[in-house]
Design a protein around this ligand. Structure first.
Ligand code: 3H9
Length: 694
């Protein structure tokens, strides 16, 4: 074995050279790997005793792509496309032996080899688009040549991977290796030599791209798909352009087009945001005072109190992960209804062919319904998901303290209330925590973990691990009204409600927010959630537009009328002139002289106070770091990942500009816009929020 660089070495097994890559944790193609690959292949080609070369990785995976940490810094030669050109043009067979994930530059390395062999569990993907990029080392030119543009397009433009069986079927790989990969790869290489197989250069394949020239409509069709699924994203369109180049241009020209498109995306803010988010999502799980080896509690069985929308959704998370749930309701009929809704959700999934009946039955079999709190005596974690009423929650926690095992975690799903106050009802506040799921809880990826004053490190670490087990993205926050997400969200809500009184109409505000990249505008969202949530006939005051709408029996999407009108059963908001008039009349009655409000003002008034509140949250140490707030907004509130979340977006706009605009609004409108001291401090020091990310 000869070490070529610290990450690459060359070994000989008879006439087969083995180029080993060893760059933990994921064999990313950083400088030492690229240099080692370039020098290693040169060495192997010059060594007459080597007849074929296997490229193979140590550790948990084949190369998972370029080293994302190098992006944005001056590139260091040798560059990956140049290294891979040498692979492609090697004079002896090069065979990629793949396990784990051949992703991005990793798959491009495999595609530049002459043959590919993989273990049955291997995965293949070009996820660059998820980083706001496109495959920049020949992936957009080689994959269409190998498997045809129709199959290559979705892989490149969605970034979703395929497994080994599909890869074999589609011709991405040549063989699946049973047993030891290195041995199988050596045997495969010997077979290639014995059978005198050609050097299969993917770059020289033309059949599939030539055939596709006759069906140019595949690109228009795919663009239509993207318009619906990837609104606002720049990279998917660039991916399509690159594949079009693969079809219409000679290989070298296609490579030049790919490079140009790649570099354009790399310079743009969308890719910067998406790359930032990649690391933010991994960083959020790291809590400075919680070491990796913090002892964990074993969560084998969970209790959920409340079988309503939230409780039902929460239950689904656990049974999906194979964890049995005891579901508690006050009355049998509520229980039956709640369990019925869960079953219906699964039945719908099964009817779409996304789940087998057996899987539905198996999940439903993990629910034990009961009307007795005492049945929670054997669970390891209880999540209370009843409605927001402090007295009720206190009573429940007192009971739980008496019923549950001494080391059971007692969690509340409250969205706003003081978890310290709830914890104080128990004799074990160190076992009390907030687990704030977002609705619909079985769909939304965000979980806010609310760390109360006395929550133990073990309980926090266990909750983080559990979040991962049920496939949530968990962000740790502290106790305050609304925690991080809802506290910031309240800023936008307040401004939207003010803006309609001052002169804007829901449709204008919704368009601004939708065009910014949110899945829907605030008023369409209110309609979706239901305007009557928390409203009652008995207590209505006719003193808000919401009250007036509810008094008219307009509850939102559920009865096809709210801020907007809806066709029966339809979901598309349609204009409601009668409501626009109601808003105008109400604002005049309230003494407002309505004015034209620009889209720019709407955007700034909806977004900048969110950022300002984020700064206050950071100051108060309610959140660990700015990027955690971005993770919360992207996963819980639909902030478009291509602008990175509110705190990253603030850095993009410039904190000095945000501060100046907040001050202007403060002068005009009062202290709703009072800048957070942290924002003032950062501007004074010439720093940004990213400087606080640890
Ligand atoms: C590309 O290839 C461009 C080319 O087309 C053109 C070039 C010219 N770089 O996710 P995990 C770190 S673009 C640097 O927790 P898992 C990660 O941050 C790239 N670091 O593990 C984490 O660090 P830490 C295209 C990377 O088992 C640690 O590794 N490829 C990279 O859940 C473990 O990661 C991709 O986009 C990287 N490329 O999942 C693939 N990848 O421990 C991105 C990971 O300090 N990677 N790290 O927090 C993944 O999808 C997942 O990491 C993977 C493993 C599925 C591989």
């Amino acid at each position: 074995m000869v070490a070529i660089t610290e990450a690459v070495s060359l070994e000989k097994q008879g006439e087969i050279g083995m180029l080993w890559i060893d760059n933990p944790p994921v064999n990313a193609l950083g400088f030492p790997v690229r240099k080692g690959m370039a020098d290693g292949i040169d060495m192997a080609m010059k060594d007459d005793t080597i007849k074929a070369l296997v490229v193979i990785c140590k550790g948990r995976t084949f190369c998972a792509g370029a080293d994302i940490r190098e992006f944005g810094k001056p590139p260091q030669a040798p560059h990956l496309p140049d290294v891979l050109k040498v692979f492609d043009q090697a004079t002896k067979p090069v065979i990629a032996a793949i396990h784990g994930t051949a992703f991005g530059g990793g798959l491009e390395t495999a595609l530049s080899s002459h043959y590919r062999i993989a273990v049955p569990t291997a995965q293949f993907g070009l996820p660059e688009v998820k980083l706001g990029l496109l495959p920049g080392a020949g992936g957009t030119q080689r994959l269409p040549r190998l498997i045809g543009p129709e199959k290559a397009l979705p892989m490149i433009a969605t970034g979703n991977p395929i497994g080994a069986a599909q890869a074999l079927k589609e011709g991405v790989i040549d063989e699946i290796a049973e047993g030891d990969l290195a041995e199988a790869a050596v045997a495969f290489a010997r077979k290639v030599l014995a059978e005198k197989r050609p050097l299969r250069q993917v770059s020289a394949m033309t059949e599939k791209v030539e055939a596709a020239r006759k069906t140019p409509e595949i690109f228009a069709d795919y663009r239509n798909v993207l318009a619906k699924t990837k609104r606002g994203f720049e990279a998917p369109e660039a991916c399509v352009k690159a594949v079009e180049a693969a079809v219409n241009l000679p290989f070298d020209e296609g490579m030049a087009t790919e490079r140009k498109l790649f570099e354009g995306l790399m310079r743009g803010s969308q890719s910067a945001a998406q790359r930032y988010y990649f690391f933010a999502e991994r960083q959020v799980a790291k809590i400075p005072d919680i070491p990796k080896d913090t002892p964990l509690l074993d969560i084998k069985k969970v209790g959920v109190i409340g079988a309503g929308t939230m409780g039902g959704g929460i239950t689904m998370n656990f049974i999906n992960a194979g964890i049995p749930v005891t579901l508690v309701e006050t009355k049998q009929e509520f229980l039956d209804r709640g369990i019925g809704v869960i079953k219906k959700n699964y039945d719908i999934t099964a009817a779409k062919g996304k789940m087998t009946q057996q899987a539905v039955d198996q999940r439903m079999g993990l629910i034990t319904g009961t009307t007795k709190m005492e049945d929670l005596a054997d669970v390891d974690l209880v999540i209370e998901a009843v409605y927001e009423n402090m007295d009720l929650k206190k009573e429940i926690f007192k009971k739980l303290d008496a019923i549950c095992k001494k080391d059971a975690i007692l969690a509340t799903n409250t969205s706003y209330l003081d978890v310290n106050e709830i914890a104080a009802q128990t004799s074990r506040p160190e076992f009390v925590i907030g687990l704030h799921f977002f609705s619909p809880a079985n769909v939304m990826r965000l979980l806010e973990i609310v760390r109360a004053a006395k929550t133990s490190k073990t309980v926090l670490a266990t909750s983080l691990a559990l979040g991962k087990r049920i496939k949530k993205i968990a962000a740790v926050v502290g106790v305050c009204y609304g925690f991080a997400g809802n506290r910031m969200f309240a800023q936008r809500k307040r401004e939207c409600d003010k803006l309609v009184l001052e002169g804007a109409l829901p449709a204008q505000i919704d368009k601004v927010i939708f065009d910014f990249g949110f899945p829907m505008g605030p008023f369409a969202l209110y309609d979706l959630i239901g305007l009557d949530l928390g409203w009652s006939k008995e207590t209505t005051t006719s003193d808000s537009i919401r009250d007036l709408l509810c008094e008219q029996g307009r509850f939102g999407l559920k009865n096809s009328k709210g801020y907007y009108n809806y066709e029966k059963g339809g979901r598309k908001p349609l204009p409601a002139p009668e409501i626009e008039q109601l808003i105008i009349d109400f604002s005049k009655k309230k003494g407002f002289t309505r004015r034209d409000i620009s889209d720019e003002e709407i955007l700034q008034r909806c977004i900048y106070p969110i950022i300002n509140e984020g700064a206050k949250i950071l100051e108060e140490k309610i959140a660990v770091r700015p990027s955690d707030l971005d993770v919360i907004w992207i996963n819980g509130y639909g902030w478009p990942v291509y602008s990175g979340g509110p705190m990253f977006y603030a850095d993009l706009v410039g904190l000095d500009k945000i501060l100046a605009v907040l001050k202007k609004f403060q002068a005009e409108q009062g202290d709703d816009f009072k800048p957070a001291p942290l924002l003032e401090k950062l501007v004074k020091e010439g720093k940004n929020f990213s400087s606080l990310n640890t």
